[in-house]
Write a protein that binds this ligand. Structure first.
Ligand code: NI
Length: 138
């Protein structure tokens, strides 16, 4: 971790007012905390767009009665076994399952994994949470 550095930013007062309202709304203690979070968000976005070594979580809800879907889902997870860290399966009710698959690997491969599952018929909802392994964003 580097030393603490102060810097000043010139900005339109209306933009600063809007940002301060955002800071208060989101519950940040200070502008600095909010700005640090946004800076890291930008850096994580850069990691993903440049195909870096990243982490993520793929979250989905599906009806487990669709046997063909479940077997294809397993097949994809085995095919991408080098990036799948864990799978958590929750039986939401009689029909619906929630699955959270945690991932770590090259961004491009994680995107391919997500696209392969997204293409399966039978998913009710799915979302890829794109995050970082943390090492490159201070
Ligand atoms: Ni289930």
């Amino acid at each position: 971790m580097g030393e603490l550095v102060r810097f000043s930013v010139s900005v339109d007062s209306d933009l600063l007012d809007a940002f301060d309202a955002f800071v208060a709304n989101e519950g940040y203690a200070t502008r600095s905390e909010a700005l640090k979070r946004l800076m890291r968000k930008a850096l994580v976005g850069k990691e993903w767009s440049e195909g870096a070594w990243v982490a993520g979580a793929f979250v989905m809800v599906y009806d487990h009665h669709r046997r063909e879907f479940v077997s294809k889902l397993m097949e994809i997870q085995h095919d991408f076994g080098d990036i799948v860290l864990s799978t958590q399966h929750i039986h939401l009710d009689h029909d619906n399952c929630l699955e959270v698959i945690t991932l770590r690997g090259m961004a491009g491969k994680i995107k391919k994994f997500a696209a392969a599952i997204r293409a399966l018929k039978g998913i009710k909802h799915c979302s890829l949470v794109a995050t970082t392994t943390g090492g490159n964003i201070a």
